[in-house]
Design a protein around this ligand. Structure first.
Ligand code: ZN
Length: 460
């Protein structure tokens, strides 16, 4: 069984701190560093994605005007990027292999639908660093408290010139200062030594961070609310409430973006035919903006769920999403974009719980959408449509996401379920429990009941 935590350590960020010039030329020096940093970091990303395993401590191997300390920073950042790329690719590849195996099993058994195509693997391309981002440590960028000054800190950064560091003043906003001040002692919390530098629209931005330990306030026996995660409704709780959606505004935006990209591609093709050398760029800012919007909507939805008055004092159960479930839930076009957004929801739930000291438990999600939350009967046929759940045995009918959320809530502390090694073991356990339920019902006749139409649920 999973251990119940009583404390969480979280890292909080201070964002949107703009680096401003006091006496000209300092930021130009930073630009100079950045102009060689990004290509170097890209070289190591490519190396770690294709030829070598990511290694934060790899010996520098590319020519660069950067000092060895700066090279170490680039290698460390590249190793992190390559590692998460490799992990995501591996998950996707494993899920492709599963699909491929299932396809051939069905083919051999003669149960394959004629229109079903054999799953194909498309190799992932190596990540391309487009945005200037430097994850620096104290070896190259040291934060010093500015005494007797109108600024809060000096950021002392080494440059391309040996022993000629620049000192850029850092001024915090009032809300940053408040966030950093311990309410009990009135003292400033210690900042972490790593800083992040981003260049956006011609300006340099700094992100600082600090660690905080938050005690979990919710008692372990508090009532459990299950949260199901999806596209149509970002969050659905088992008390029948919905929070946020990809449909509506976000989907309209998504469509506009796609149309724009298509027009651009057409234009490029046309210009290329005419022999124009300098083609308009293919990278789209709008795509990034849409992703940011979706993330913001998700954050808002999670926030609403946690601050809902009716959820005061409860603990939450949410699903551990696998690539397979994400795909299942985001079957429609552009599944990748949607799946990557889906993965953001559980992360956001965990983060919200941690910072508020609320108890939230991640539970296995296998079959939570096909399992009847009343009798336990588990079957694909229990889902006549995307929205509806209707049990083929006991006739229980409700919104599909509400039923799934109920199952998730019931899985908290279910040690038998946690002990299952794979999906098949989970299904066997659920059906075993369904058998027990049937026997418990005794000799009452509980023949299949027909579903009466879509159950209505309140929405928020
Ligand atoms: Zn049932």
């Amino acid at each position: 069984m999973k251990q119940r935590k009583s404390k969480e350590q979280i890292t909080r960020a201070l964002t949107h701190i703009q680096l401003k010039e006091t006496n000209g030329g300092k930021l130009a020096v930073l630009d100079e560093v950045a102009s060689v940093y990004l290509p170097l970091c890209q070289q190591y990303v490519t190396l770690f994605c294709i030829d070598e395993q990511p290694d934060m401590f790899r010996v520098p191997c590319f020519d660069t005007p950067l000092s060895e300390r700066w090279q170490r920073v680039a290698i460390q950042q590249a190793a992190g990027i390559a590692q998460s790329w490799r992990t995501n690719r591996e998950h996707a590849y494993q899920s492709y292999l599963q699909e491929h195996r299932a396809y051939h099993e069905r083919q051999a058994a003669g149960t394959l639908h004629r229109a079903t195509k054999e799953p194909q693997w498309q190799e992932w391309s190596v990540p391309v660093l487009r945005q200037m981002c430097i994850q620096a440590n104290a070896n190259v960028a040291l934060l010093e408290v500015a005494e007797d000054s109108t600024f809060d800190y000096w950021l002392k950064m080494s440059t391309l010139q040996k022993r000629q560091p620049i000192r850029v003043p850092v001024k915090l906003a009032a809300y940053h200062t408040e966030q950093l001040t311990d309410p009990k002692t009135g003292k400033r919390k210690a900042l972490n030594s790593s800083v992040t530098l981003n260049k956006r629209e011609g300006a340099w931005w700094l992100t600082l961070s600090y660690d905080e330990v938050v005690a979990v306030q919710t008692p372990p026996d508090a009532p459990v609310i299950g949260i199901d995660v999806g596209i149509a409704n970002f969050l659905t709780t088992d008390d029948g409430k919905h929070y946020g959606t990809f449909h509506g505004k976000l989907r309209a935006r998504h469509k506009r973006d796609r149309a724009k990209r298509r027009r651009k591609a057409k234009l490029r093709a046309c210009l290329k035919k005419k022999g124009v050398k300098k083609l308009p760029s293919t990278s789209s800012r709008t795509g990034q903006r849409l992703r940011r919007h979706v993330k913001q909507s998700i954050n808002r939805a999670v926030n609403e769920c946690f601050t809902d008055k009716e959820h005061a004092g409860v603990q939450f159960a949410y699903e551990q999403l696998s690539i397979a479930t994400m795909k299942f839930k985001a079957r429609a076009q552009n599944a990748y974009l949607r799946a990557s957004n889906l993965a953001h929801i559980p992360q956001q739930i965990a983060w919200n719980a941690a910072k508020r000291g609320r108890r939230a438990t991640r539970v296995p999600s296998a079959y939570s959408s096909q399992q009847c939350s009343v009798c336990g009967y588990t079957d694909k046929k229990n889902r006549p449509s995307q929205q509806t759940f209707c049990c083929q045995v006991c006739g229980y009918e409700t919104h599909a996401d509400v039923n799934a959320a109920k199952n998730l809530a019931a899985r908290v502390g279910d040690s038998e379920l946690y002990a299952c090694q794979d999906k098949h073991a989970i299904k066997a356990l659920l059906m075993e429990r369904h058998e027990a339920w049937t026997q418990h019902q005794g000799k009452q006749d509980i023949g299949p009941t027909k579903c009466q139409g879509i159950a209505s649920v309140s929405s928020t």
